[in-house]
Write a protein that binds this ligand. Structure first.
Ligand code: CA
Length: 747
């Protein structure tokens, strides 16, 4: 149990490997093709191409998104409308009828990895993404595939990803479908055919480990897109492209570059004054805009949520202190020019991976007797921000979850009051929220009438400890081809075990939270912290999937569970609801993992049953059923070769913790969506060195590591993996007690 608890606490994210194969480019789908593509599929519909329609496919423009409340049967942009409230006015499925909700149909997406997409639904067609930035267009009533597009992301790009081969969705705009790909391209597709119209490379430096996992946003004839990569060491920015031509219109960097060079835009001169030291631009600085970009049609402003610093540890990143703008900030930009209007920094001198990239919702609320146009965000740092979006003034900042890094936020200065006892520069400290955040990308829903937001909160502490090399010699070697948090990564599992007794508990809590008073109206506790995004409805319901694979409907007035459906697969994606020909549907993608690739152990459905990527669609009276789940094989094979010495195993563990654990799991135990190396068959064990150094499985995402690991390193890593396999095999056979030895021996 110790190991499971430690694994649940360990919330560092991943480099990424793949078991899914890249497929073909755009295809109009016939049933036989679909079956070939979905090699893991079963129960696929017998599909035929859709009926011709008078409607122009993907016919969405600004006016239609602004007036989204006039067509509740559609889901027009990422968060539903520009306000991104994820609260549907549809009421056919409601408190009284939800008991009759049943599966209408499902589609296999051919994925065994995390699915995070919010589908777009317009004029009876649904557009969504799966793993590897693949795009699907389907008949929203029947699930029949209309077209598919595969951007053919090179498999080895998976090594450049913090958190698996995920994508959070497309933008549909003026007859086109826009997708950002893992390898940094922005692609425009014809919404009717799926054929590529244009493609641009959004990356400023392809030698650095940039990626795109977020959904593009569209407004004013432009497509806005950011990127990820701050764990590896990149410099964040957001770009605007002309929707018609793909030409770059503007680019806003979120952190300054080398001060010896001219500033790309004037805001960076001010930002550079908040940084210190002589290396931040070599490290990259971080500040990636990997998720939230929201257009405000009322004020003609664009809000971007900016990510964490790189490295996380500020003492390394900016040794003389400073706020390090615009890390962990919400920045308002002019959408036409990219010039800054205002900024608000949630976490000055960010030190804990506290991104402000979580979804942003817009609302008009009466606050202290005055009508205010506000934006709402629950970033990772645990405080819920209500900000006047005309000027960036902070109005409220109540904690929405357990927080120990700061006591409160001063509303006058807008700054948090940090807790000096949790300074981790000398001793390791348990910090809440941990690096996975009090709330991550899994979206919340905003219920204006009830005055609450429904937030999938997380209580997931992380043991922070500053890099040993920095503590000893004020040196820190950034390797751009691996994680660079600035923490004591190689010893992390050992330290976690040693400090387990003082670890705060880990769990998830779905909350109905009043952002103005800070009161929690109701809460539903979940045994595992990493659960799905949320949808609210005027039918009185809150829908959320969880790590155990249950899709749940709660009464939005009190949190009572009214209905649930067992999908047998962990859920991260948010549900959407829509209507076609007067029938209300509810859709959700299944597949766990993402930033929690290994923490789940046997706590999650994906660990027990595999991780079947599906799109599930429900309606009242639906009678479809899913195939019976099969338990995943967990038996550890015999390990080939000789048993290594403790010194060799210890050396291997240190390398494993730095280069492998983020994907394959702490203690060499994987959470279910990435291969568990203890379970490798004999042939894979024998080819271990070639797989790691030569990239024999690069097509699946396991790229070659010959740039940063030697043959001796890899042999030692294998020694550690096999030692762990032998130990767990002995535990399973009842030959020894459940215990995780840590092999690190510094003598
Ligand atoms: Ca991060």
């Amino acid at each position: 149990m110790i190991a499971l608890r430690a694994a649940a606490i360990f919330a560092l994210t991943a480099l990424g490997l793949s078991a899914s194969a890249c497929g073909e480019r755009t295809e109009h789908v016939t049933p036989s093709q679909e079956q070939i593509s979905n090699d893991e599929a079963s129960g696929e519909d017998a599909a035929s191409p859709g009926e011709a329609s008078d409607l122009k496919p993907g016919d969405i423009d600004d006016a239609r998104i602004i007036a989204y409340q006039n067509e509740p049967g559609s889901w027009l942009s990422h968060g539903q409308g520009y306000e991104e409230r994820r609260f549907s006015a549809l009421t056919e499925i409601n408190r009284d009828t939800v008991g009759e909700l049943g599966l209408a149909w499902f589609k296999n997406t051919g994925s065994k990895r995390a699915q995070e997409s919010t589908p777009i639904v317009v004029d009876g067609v649904m557009y969504f993404t799966s793993t590897w930035s693949r795009v699907f267009a389907i008949d929203a009533a029947t699930g029949e595939t209309l077209w598919r597009y595969d951007p053919e992301v090179p498999g080895e790009w998976a090594r450049r990803l913090c958190c698996d081969v995920v994508n959070r969705g497309v933008s549909v705009y003026q007859g086109r479908v826009y997708v950002g790909t893992l390898d940094g391209r922005l692609i425009a597709l014809n919404a009717a055919t799926g054929e590529r119209v244009w493609e641009v490379d959004t990356l400023v430096d392809r030698t650095r480990f940039y990626s795109i996992t977020g959904a593009p946003r569209a407004a004013k004839g432009k497509i806005f897109i950011g990127n990820g990569g701050a764990e590896f060491g990149v410099r964040g920015y957001v770009s605007a492209y002309d929707a018609e031509s793909g030409e770059l219109v503007w680019r806003f960097f979120t952190v300054p570059g080398n001060p010896e060079l001219p500033f790309e835009h004037p805001e960076l001169e001010m930002a550079a004054e908040t940084w210190s030291g002589d290396k931040w631009w070599e490290y990259g600085g971080g500040g990636t805009v990997w998720n939230s970009i929201v257009y405000d049609p009322m004020l003609d402003q664009l809000y971007i949520g900016v990510g964490n610093g790189s490295p996380w540890a500020r003492e390394i990143r900016s040794p003389g202190g400073g706020d390090n703008l615009f890390l962990s900030s919400i920045v308002a930009l002019n959408p036409n020019t990219g010039r800054m209007i205002w900024h608000y920094q949630t976490t000055p001198g960010e030190n804990w991976d506290y991104t402000a990239t979580q979804d942003i919702a817009l609302a008009e609320l009466e606050i202290d007797g005055a009508a205010r146009a506000v934006l709402l965000q629950a970033p990772k740092n645990g405080f819920f921000y209500v900000i006047d979006r005309t000027n960036g003034e902070l109005l409220r900042a109540h904690p929405y979850t357990e927080v120990n890094w700061a006591s409160h936020v001063d509303l006058q200065t807008g700054r948090p009051a940090e807790n000096p006892e949790l300074d981790y520069s000398k001793d390791a400290k348990w910090v809440l929220p941990g690096s996975s955040g009090g709330h991550n990308w899994q979206p919340m829903a905003t219920d204006i009438e009830a005055g609450v937001v429904y937030i999938p909160t997380q209580e997931s502490p992380l043991l922070f400890s500053l890099s040993e090399s920095w503590k000893q010699s004020k040196t820190y070697d950034v390797e751009k081809a691996r994680w660079n948090p600035g923490l004591a990564l190689s010893e992390f599992p050992k330290m976690t075990l040693e400090n387990l007794d003082s670890a705060p508990p880990s769990r998830g809590v779905l909350k109905a939270f009043d952002p103005l008073t800070g009161d929690t109206k109701w809460a539903v506790e979940q045994s595992y912290y990493w659960n799905g995004g949320v949808l609210g409805t005027a039918g009185g319901l809150v829908f959320q999937g969880d790590a155990q694979g249950q899709l749940n409907a709660y009464d939005k007035s009190n949190g009572d569970l009214l209905w649930r459906f067992d999908t047998h697969t962990s859920i991260l994606a948010p549900p959407v609801t829509y209507a076609v020909n007067g029938v209300q549907y509810l859709s959700i993608l299944t597949g766990g993992g993402g930033a929690d690739l290994f923490g789940g152990a046997n706590a999650t459905a994906s660990f027990k049953y595999g991780n079947d990527g599906r799109l599930l669609t429900f309606k009242l009276g639906g009678t479809e059923t899913l195939p019976a789940p099969k338990l995943r094989g967990q038996a550890i094979p015999e390990q080939v070769g000789e048993i290594a010495t403790v010194a060799e195993i210890s050396a291997g563990e240190k390398k494993y913790n730095v280069y492998c654990a983020a994907c394959h799991g702490m203690f060499a135990r994987s959470g279910g969506s990435i291969p568990d190396l203890r379970l490798s068959v004999e042939a894979r064990q024998e080819a271990f060195v070639e797989i790691v150094l030569e990239g024999w499985l690069a097509g699946n995402g396991m790229a070659a590591f010959d740039d940063i690991l030697s043959k001796a390193d890899v042999e030692r890593i294998q020694s550690f993996v096999q030692a762990r396999a032998r130990e767990d095999k002995a535990v399973a056979a009842g030959e020894k007690d459940e215990a995780i030895l840590t092999w690190i021996n510094d003598e």
